[in-house]
Design a protein around this ligand. Structure first.
Ligand code: NAG
Ligand code: NAG
Ligand code: NAG
Ligand code: NAG
Ligand code: NAG
Ligand code: NAG
Ligand code: NAG
Ligand code: NAG
Ligand code: NAG
Length: 432
């Protein structure tokens, strides 16, 4: 038993040494709407809106382009290309919207990403936290929101980011505290995000952290001024057990192969909760290439949604994803106006692998959304295979001590017993 643990530890330490010496990327400063408004034809475009935030991460042999945009449906993409590949945006076309308005001068090696076409407010009468098809609901297309860029940061060669948030809902400004805010970060090295739940980062990954903050929208209102509820009677839009959920569309440039599973979800138990207190599971979405250990695409997250800005696990709930993914059959209006359509065009349905699902936020007895008016979801997305959790040096030291003491005692004990036996068995010889 203990030799098995030793063996595992040796493997872990070796892996850790190997990963810390792996390649890094130089991550360039994010460009917000590169080239927007330069042509007279697109002078009327609102170039303050985050149509497209572009981060280039250059490695030794290839580049990763992180593409983030919220027009239509918030979309987050990881595009892998050969080095020195130029991205071109035809802004006239992007506004239309039209397919392939974002192009690369050399065909990308791989594209992976996800979009959020709709928010769903549902009445969770059985208090399960899980959205199902029978729930009463309001579907809010993400086209109802407009967004703005708060901040762009370039802290180092290995980490840059952007924060964006909603500005208007159905044409009306949202009050200061009512917002969806999204913090995006692109990484250039292996490590861990500083933000709880401290997800793992790789040189080929980015992170999306979304907060549904005071999202107390009056969806029954047909009067523009009433879109945000006044002192509510303890419900949202007439739902006493209101919770938020969202439609999720995951897509990849990998072609559908008959008889093979496309994009799949898997959950595994992680080794310890040292970095994410109280959370022992790890969820992963992988394309078929990633599952086979090749250069595919992945999403990875911890099943925790914090309900307060201090991200205390005692004030938290669950992001619940429906794991029976289905192929995308049609391109809804929010998707059509999104960055994913700008890159993929009509290929979003048909020959590429896609997965449609719903993520709902809640857990029995968490008292529904209004108890805290705050819900987070933090997801890593990247190229390659998802990074593995490894023990930290501290945990390895503790385990090593914990294992070596019994081993030592066993060895000492064994030696004592064996030497006594030897003495005893040698006694008859002397008597003889
Ligand atoms: C470099 O990238 C090219 C394609 O962009 C690939 O064919 C080649 O194998 C890569 N080389 C290494 C050493 O990864
Ligand atoms: C990329 O561009 C840089 C500078 O322009 C050049 O030195 C390098 O050789 C180029 N690499 C490739 C693979 O074209
Ligand atoms: C953008 O697309 C329009 C319409 O297809 C085209 O007329 C225009 O030349 C394109 N602009 C660029 C810079 O390619
Ligand atoms: C999950 O999705 C599948 C396919 O869309 C659907 O049939 C099933 O009812 C969903 N599960 C729940 C709990 O809603
Ligand atoms: C879910 O319910 C709607 C009507 O409420 C129906 O049109 C749709 O087909 C249902 N979907 C599934 C997967 O059962
Ligand atoms: C951050 O961006 C500014 C402005 O583009 C640039 O001057 C600076 O060198 C960048 N810093 C890093 C660490 O890339
Ligand atoms: C919203 O924030 C702005 C700028 O921070 C401030 O000027 C304004 O008074 C705030 N409005 C409300 C209603 O708090
Ligand atoms: C929501 O809007 C409806 C229709 O305008 C209105 O009757 C209702 O009072 C509003 N609810 C709240 C809580 O503001
Ligand atoms: C959440 O919002 C509702 C309605 O605006 C309010 O009644 C409730 O007190 C808020 N809860 C918290 C914890 O702020």
């Amino acid at each position: 038993m203990s030799s098995l643990i030793w063996w595992r530890l040796m493997v872990m330490v070796t892996l850790q040494v190997l990963t810390t010496t792996s390649a890094t990327r130089t991550v360039l400063t994010p460009e917000v709407n590169p080239g927007c408004g330069e042509k007279e034809t697109d002078a009327r475009m609102d170039c303050d809106e985050p149509w497209l935030i572009h981060v280039t991460a250059n490695g030794k042999n290839d580049s990763i382009h992180h593409l983030w945009g919220t027009h239509g449906a918030p979309s987050f993409l990881v595009v892998t290309t050969a080095l020195n590949t130029t991205m071109t945006v035809n802004w006239t076309e992007l506004e239309v919207p039209s397919k392939a308005s974002v192009t690369f001068d050399k065909d990308p090696v791989h594209v992976f990403g996800f979009s959020i076409p709709n928010l769903i407010l549902f009445n969770d009468v059985h208090d399960t936290g899980i959205f199902d098809n029978s729930s009463q609901r309001y579907v809010v297309p993400m086209t109802d929101f407009t967004w703005e860029v708060n901040m762009v940061s370039n802290d180092s060669d290995h980490e840059v980011g952007a924060s964006i948030q909603t500005k208007t809902f159905r044409g009306t400004s949202l009050p200061n505290e009512t917002k969806i805010s999204v913090q995006l970060t692109a990484f250039g090295e292996d490590g861990r995000s500083t933000l709880l739940p401290h997800l793992l980062t790789t040189p080929d990954s980015a992170q999306m952290d979304m907060i549904l903050d005071h999202l107390d929208l009056n969806l029954t209102s047909d009067d523009n001024k009433l879109y945000v509820e006044d002192e509510g009677p303890g419900d949202i839009s007439g739902f006493a057990n209101a919770r938020w959920a969202m439609d999720l569309v995951i897509f990849s440039s990998e072609e559908i192969i008959d008889g093979e599973e496309g994009i799949q979800l898997s959950a595994r138990k992680s080794l310890d909760d040292e970095n994410t207190p109280g959370v022992f599971h790890l969820y992963e979405v992988m394309t078929s290439l990633a599952r086979n250990g090749q250069q595919g695409g992945y999403m990875q997250w911890r099943p925790v949604s914090y309900l307060s800005s201090d991200r205390d696990v005692n004030v938290a709930t669950n992001p619940n994803i429906n794991s029976s993914f289905t192929l995308l059959k049609e391109i809804s209006q929010p998707l059509k106006e999104s960055l994913s359509y700008a890159v993929f065009g009509d290929e979003l349905v048909g020959k590429r692998t896609t997965a449609k699902s719903v993520v709902s936020f809640g857990l029995t007895n968490d008292n529904f959304y209004l108890a805290n008016n705050y819900t987070t979801w933090t997801v890593a997305l990247g190229h390659g295979t998802p990074p593995d959790e490894t023990f930290s040096t501290l945990v390895i030291a503790i385990i090593a001590v914990g294992v070596s003491i019994p081993v030592l005692m066993f060895l000492i004990g064994g030696t004592v017993i064996v030497s006594r036996k030897c003495r005893r068995s040698s006694q008859p010889l002397i008597q003889d």
